[in-house]
Design a protein around this ligand. Structure first.
Ligand SMILES: [Zn+2]
Length: 689
């Protein structure tokens, strides 16, 4: 589970979200919900833990967005930092500190890191030819350049990565590169950069990851690391020619900034420092004491940075601990399609709360139940509804409601004293004491889905106990027996209030209020203890609804919204055919086009696509065979005014001679549409010129 037997303290980090857009359910499911569950659990078990995160505010994508919108990078990051921070707080992600990489403390920390490595001789300096946009007067790297991937032929690969085959690229690897700023073909120009020679760390990485973490890291994480290391590690540039970022703090670094992937992970350290300053703590043991357990929660696209590059930087620096685990998740899809910010294929957190106010826990629960822990997984609205209605409402909510309502009804809210326990009572209470250990065991192995299902099993235990014992029936014959039943049920309800806190923090809080208990009195371990969680005569409050049923119409509204997004995307993706070669006026005047009327139409036997038409062209009534049978029924088009090319050489189609052509176009759904005059009173035979 952990290479440290009993950690003295924990440093937990969650991937720094990139501030070029708001966050959606994919981010929550992949990183922030599992990290938050883990941290809340550690706190409940009395551990010393710091949970840090912050906005990642440097890098090319932010520069590009600012250029595109004609605003400053600062405007971009301020806007999204605010939105993202609000979403985290709305969903109960309980960071000790949420910082940002544009903060002075981070600039200072990252600069100092670079300087130290530079002075120790840990970088190599190299002058190489890089792509340069003469018009924008700027070097092109990363997302500033697109071209053909040399590995798979994808024509839209970026200067840092091909999203089709996943290869990591250098801008100069691209075939037919093009600047994304001006669209021009770049030239090359020499520039000097500093590189982290990752090859120097190969032995260390082999020993530390491939030997040291073979059994405790997730197979997807371990496997990616192994393939990177086995594939041969190469020097990686840690600086960029850009004007947005942390200036390179050494001689020759003028006009250059630290590569965003060098500075971003150091943001975890800066965020911890900021927290320590504000709380009068010492940050150093959280990053430098060997008895601290460091865990990075990230998505799978960040594995190389957190397992290979950042540890090499920490190792080079010398005084830092390395992550004990990096439980990266795979990706979450939405209704079968990849989540995409640019295609608006997402459930945005701020929009979710408008449609489902105060229902954060339902989303947290569903995302945990479907967490993409071992493979990509799918979020569907139908599943969301089923998890809510069949589990949270029908099991958890139903159990709590019965317990609280009956306690108020029979005993005016006072916990009754138990009489003699039956075997079932004893077994049920004993089972309750096992849940902290069962859930812990899953959480310690970063199996959040499993842990969430175990929590629901505790609610199932309570729900089944009440359904079997039927206190509402027994009350008529044996009031003393009902006291014992309600006592047992109240102990389970209290266990749920405590153990649900990491998963359903809003619900747990409500439930604690109903049961009139506080966090101080009861901890994770209290549930394992023999003694009662809720003693006799303790007074509880009135019932309050924990969950509500979600109606089909609410789910349909969400599906309609996605369907509308799909339509918009299809329209935008429709390719406009490029213009053909230029023709002369003489070429055009050779075409004899006339207004005509379809006077007869019938299907051609044994031809799916063809209709045989009789068309009045003003010159004559002639036969034209047209390939429109899949778009129109013959009876629909009789009497239709159309445009006819009358001097097209006749040709035989399936034995029927066709004397001309009817002009058609196509709508976005691919349906054929007639090109016809929109004014009435145009006679057949009128020429089109
Ligand atoms: Zn490729």
């Amino acid at each position: 589970m952990s290479t440290i037997k009993t950690p003295k303290r924990y440093t937990i980090t969650a991937a720094l979200p990139y501030t070029n857009g708001p966050i959606h359910i994919g981010h929550l499911a992949g990183v922030y919900v599992p990290a938050d569950i883990y941290v809340r659990y550690l706190r409940l078990t009395g551990k010393d833990v710091v949970f840090v995160c912050g906005s990642d505010e440097h890098g090319v994508a932010i520069s590009m967005k600012a250029k595109k919108e004609g605003i400053s990078p600062k405007d971009v990051i301020d806007k999204y930092h605010g939105i993202i921070k609000q979403s985290f707080s709305d969903f109960g992600i309980a960071f000790d500190n949420y910082s940002r990489t544009s903060a002075q403390i981070h600039h200072d920390t990252a600069s100092a890191f670079f300087k130290k490595l530079y002075e120790q001789g840990d970088f190599i300096e190299e002058t190489t030819a890089q792509l340069y946009d003469e018009e924008a007067k700027q070097f092109l790297a990363d997302r500033f350049v697109v071209g053909t991937c040399p590995k798979c032929g994808n024509e839209e690969a970026y200067g840092d990565q091909c999203e089709n085959c996943g290869s990591s690229l250098n801008a100069t690897d691209l075939i037919n590169p093009k600047s994304t700023i001006t669209g021009t073909v770049p030239t090359t120009k020499e520039t000097t950069h500093w590189f982290l020679p990752l090859n120097r760390y190969e032995d260390f990485l082999r020993e530390w990851i491939l030997k040291g973490h073979k059994d405790d890291w997730k197979p997807n994480v371990y496997g990616q690391c192994k393939s990177w290391i086995d594939g041969g590690l190469e020097p990686r540039a840690v600086t960029r020619d850009l004007d947005w970022g942390i200036p390179v703090p050494v001689k020759g670094g003028e006009g250059k900034v630290l590569y965003v992937w060098f500075d971003a992970p150091i943001g975890y350290i800066s965020s911890t420092k900021e927290w320590a300053e504000q709380n009068n703590k010492d940050w150093e043991p959280y990053w430098k004491d060997k008895e601290t357990k460091l865990v990075h929660f990230i998505g799978k696209d960040n594995i190389v940075f957190h397992c290979i590059i950042f540890p090499s930087i920490l190792k080079a620096h010398g005084n830092y601990i390395l992550p004990d685990n990096v439980p990266a998740n795979e990706f979450l899809n939405l209704e079968g399609n990849k989540l995409s910010t640019s295609k608006n294929w997402a459930v945005w957190l701020h929009e979710y709360l408008v449609d489902f106010p105060d229902m954060q826990d339902v989303l947290r629960y569903t995302l945990t139940a479907n967490a993409p822990e071992t493979k990509d997984n799918d979020f569907t609205w139908k599943d969301f509804q089923a998890r809510n209605n069949n589990e949270l409402v029908a099991i958890f909510g139903n159990f709590i409601n019965r317990v609280v309502v009956l306690t108020n009804k029979y005993y005016d809210g006072s916990v009754p004293a138990a009489n003699t326990f039956s075997d079932v009572d004893r077994e049920t209470l004993e089972e309750l004491t096992k849940f902290p250990e069962i859930i812990s065991s899953s959480l310690e192995r970063y199996r959040f889905r499993e842990a969430g299902q175990e929590l629901m099993n505790l609610a199932r235990l309570g729900n089944k106990y009440l359904a079997d014992e039927e206190p509402w029936k027994v009350i008529k014959q044996d009031e003393e027996r009902v006291k014992t039943i309600m006592y047992v049920a109240l102990q389970i309800a209290t266990g749920l209030a405590i153990l649900s806190e990491p998963f359903l923090p809003f619900t747990s809080k409500k439930l604690k209020n109903i049961l009139a208990i506080s966090d101080q009195d009861l901890t994770w371990d209290s549930v394992s203890n023999e003694g009662p969680l809720l003693p006799a005569d303790h007074k509880i409050n009135k019932a309050e609804l924990l969950f509500r049923k979600i109606e089909d119409s609410e789910i349909q509204a969400q599906l309609d919204k996605l369907e509308a997004t799909k339509k918009v995307n299809e329209q935008e993706n429709k390719v406009v055919t490029p213009q053909k070669d230029t023709i002369t006026f003489d070429d055009f005047s050779k075409l004899d086009m006339r207004v005509g009327t379809i006077v007869e139409a019938e299907k051609m036997a044994k031809a799916k696509k063809l209709l045989v038409l009789k068309v009045d062209t003003g010159l004559d009534t002639r036969t034209i065979v047209s390939g429109i049978a899949e778009s129109f029924k013959p009876e629909e088009i009789v009497g239709k005014k159309v445009t006819v090319l009358v001097n097209l050489a006749p040709r035989a189609l399936r034995g029927v001679e066709s004397e001309g052509m009817i002009l058609m176009t196509e709508n976005p759904e691919g349906k054929l549409v007639f090109v016809n005059p929109d004014e009435d009173g145009v006679n057949n035979g009128s020429t089109i010129s």
